[in-house]
Design a protein around this ligand. Structure first.
Ligand code: ME8
Length: 641
């Protein structure tokens, strides 16, 4: 049977700087989806690449004293190496400096020009070079800077070609409104609808003040605007212009996965270009959230970048992948913290998964000489484990199809815990002492090995190396790269006489320094005299401006078990949700907090309190024994200064 095609893309990254863990996040999500789709039997084409033209890159190269191509060659080699180390399974890597791409961009320009949707005019307006974006006066932020990156914009005035975007505004709006699945999540969709309703102006698509770009075919003193150039990359490797059958198979793309700040380019400008070319529009543009470090988007200028290669070297690619995909809900911002990463590695990977494999293989070795014995009959607890396994596969598939990667892997972990509990319930060490329980013991060992076989397939989009290691330790002979989801939709794929391997540690436990896991100050107030001194110490306005205070809404509250003072709160920051732990249980009942708008420090370093990672702190005033939260009647997301 012919496989169904599935085409997924990441953005092509600017080689203006080294990639950081935020870029790795985006590519890891796409990789997990691509791997899942391959498992599910699709013919997948997964594309990533580099976006190498534009003024920003020309300037950076000049600053470094090299030619632009020398500059990008070196950085792009670093991209490729990172994707290799992170086990990214892309089918092609497109560079916008390649001849195959240049040809496509010039042909697209020519076709739209001939159609009359590109015309020559003169551009006078504002340009943000770091974002390579044009802005109008009314779109700037309150300081007259770029509304995306908040850096100063430049006035530019030059002869330029324009693309008639205004002509397609109504059509693209209708497409967005008629196709609720097109822009996800829904918050981004609403933003885009509002953006178009404010009016779409024609887009300036050429520049003459620098030359690092693809020349306009009929007027080579102009170079084509980087976004027009970059977006076209999605058509190049799937056969546009040279392989009609291939192009017909993969286009329109199933998913363009992009960061939330570039949804606008993908869901408005790109569809207008495609309409001008009479090509169908992509099925989905998914805007994922940002990886935040200490409350701020990671960026070189802020000096808070986390180097993915160093992390991979320290903790392994699979551990990083697992953390990113499990910890953050796609679409929402998520905090990256070393403490949270170590907690996940120790509790989920070393403990839950590592122990399940180790205990199982150890017992098969010790009680049955390293071999399974064919199962016969089934106890109630065996049947319930089997039913849970099948339910997990089903729920996992549904979540993965909906791109809910975090929920899907949580379901797998619930099953890992279930299997660990099954060991305690069946107590194989007791069965092993009773010769009359030989079959019961054989059944138990079989159920555990089969559960692990299923788990290894389910985790393979997240942790491809670990998944295969489990498969091999189990002694399964089938080539792991050929395994499909259909192999685990039914229970019983493990051969009844399988000879298993020796257990090898999957993830070593990471030892944490004592104060890394210490509770935050809320639980242990500083000494009185220290507080007094701090109160009289003057700080500058710059010191104060480091503290990001925001109005947030409490969505849920519950006591932290075995504590008197602590409540766990889920709060809405306006653009994401977070969990925090607060020492206010003696002053507020959980139900009184839900729906309250309170003030929170959002860039406080996360801290683990009683096993829960707290991402921020709500403010409260205290007097004697009384305490009240600072509550403000302002919309969620308002900055407090
Ligand atoms: O925008 N967390 O390239 P880019 C999550 N060349 N994602 C992040 C992130 C973070 N901290 N920082 C960056 C471009 N990203 C264009 C794309 S596509 C035709 C052209 C994500 O290198 C960001 O959201 O600036 C974006 O999706 C991607 O990295 C590339 O960013």
């Amino acid at each position: 049977m012919e496989k169904k095609p599935f085409y997924i893309t990441t953005p092509i990254y600017y080689p203006s700087a080294k990639l950081h863990i935020g870029h790795a996040y985006c590519t890891t999500i796409a990789d997990a989806i691509a791997r899942f789709k391959r498992l599910a039997g699709y013919d997948v084409f997964f594309l990533t690449g580099s976006d190498e033209h534009g003024q920003k890159i020309q300037q950076t190269a000049e600053g470094a004293g090299v030619t632009p191509i020398q500059y990008v060659d070196k950085i792009v080699a670093g991209f490729r190496n990172l994707w290799k180390e992170l086990h990214i399974s892309h089918d092609d890597f497109i560079r916008t400096t390649e001849e195959r791409h240049q040809r496509v961009v010039q042909e697209i320009f020519r076709r739209i020009y001939e159609k009359g949707d590109i015309y020559k005019g003169s551009y006078k307006g504002l340009y943000c070079t770091p974002c390579e974006s044009y802005w109008t006066e009314h779109q700037l932020d309150e300081n007259g800077c770029c509304p995306d990156c908040h850096r100063p914009v430049q006035e530019v005035s030059e002869e330029a070609y324009f693309f008639k975007m205004s002509k397609y505004a109504d059509k693209v709006l209708a497409y967005i409104e008629e196709n609720p699945e097109f822009i996800q999540p829904v918050s981004r969709r609403n933003e885009m609808i509002n953006f178009i309703k404010q009016g779409l102006e024609d887009l300036c698509i050429s520049r003459t003040s620098f030359d690092w770009g693809i020349p306009v075919p009929t007027d080579p003193k102009h170079v084509i605007y980087v976004w027009f150039d970059a977006l076209s990359n999605y058509l190049t490797p799937i056969g546009f212009l040279d392989d009609e059958a291939k192009f017909g198979k993969y286009w329109p793309a199933d998913v363009h996965l992009v960061g939330k700040e570039i949804v606008r380019f993908h869901s408005i400008i790109w569809p207008c270009i495609l309409m001008a070319l009479d090509l169908p529009l992509p099925k989905k543009v998914y805007g994922h959230g940002w990886l935040i470090v200490d409350g701020d988007k990671m960026s070189k200028s802020k000096g808070n970048v986390v180097d993915p290669l160093a992390l991979i070297e320290e903790f392994s690619a699979d551990a990083i992948r697992y953390f990113l995909l499990r910890e953050i809900n796609l679409g929402q911002d998520g905090n990256f913290s070393r403490d949270a990463l170590i907690t996940r590695i120790n509790s989920d990977l070393a403990n839950d998964l590592g122990n399940l494999l180790h205990r199982t293989l150890n017992m098969i070795g010790k009680f049955q000489g390293g071999s399974l014995l064919p199962p016969a009959g089934e106890s109630a607890v065996d049947a319930s484990l089997k039913a849970d396994a099948m339910d997990t596969v089903k729920a996992y598939e549904e979540e993965m199809e909906a791109m809910q990667l975090s929920s899907a892997i949580k379901k797998v972990w619930a099953f890992v815990s279930r299997a660990n509990k099954y060991i305690d319930e069946t107590a194989p060490w007791v069965l092993a002492k009773d010769p009359g329980k030989k079959q019961e013991l054989a059944n138990t060992m079989y159920h555990l090995a089969e559960s692990l076989r299923i788990i290894s397939v389910l985790i393979s989009p997240y942790m491809p190396v670990t998944a295969e290691r489990i498969w091999k330790q189990l002694g399964l002979s089938e080539d792991f790269s050929k395994v499909q989801l259909s192999d685990i939709r039914e229970w019983g794929g493990t051969p009844g006489d399988l000879k298993v391997g020796l257990p090898e540690q999957l993830f070593p436990r990471i030892e944490v320094e004592k104060d890394e896991a210490a509770p935050v100050k809320q639980e242990k107030p500083a000494k009185k005299e220290k507080q007094g001194k701090a109160e009289h110490e003057e700080i500058t306005i710059e010191d104060f401006s480091k503290i990001h205070l925001r109005v947030v809404r409490v969505l849920a509250a519950e006591p932290v078990p075995k504590t008197e003072k602590l409540l766990k709160l889920t709060v809405d920051l306006g653009d994401e949700q977070r969990e925090i732990v607060s020492g206010i249980a003696q002053h507020y009942a959980p139900e009184d907090l839900v729906g309250k708008n309170v003030v929170m420090v959002i860039n406080l370093k996360p801290a683990k309190i009683r096993g829960i990672v707290s991402h921020g702190m709500v403010l409260a005033a205290s007097h004697g024994d009384g305490m009240k939260l600072l509550s403000v009647d302002m919309p969620v997301g308002s900055r407090v200064r």
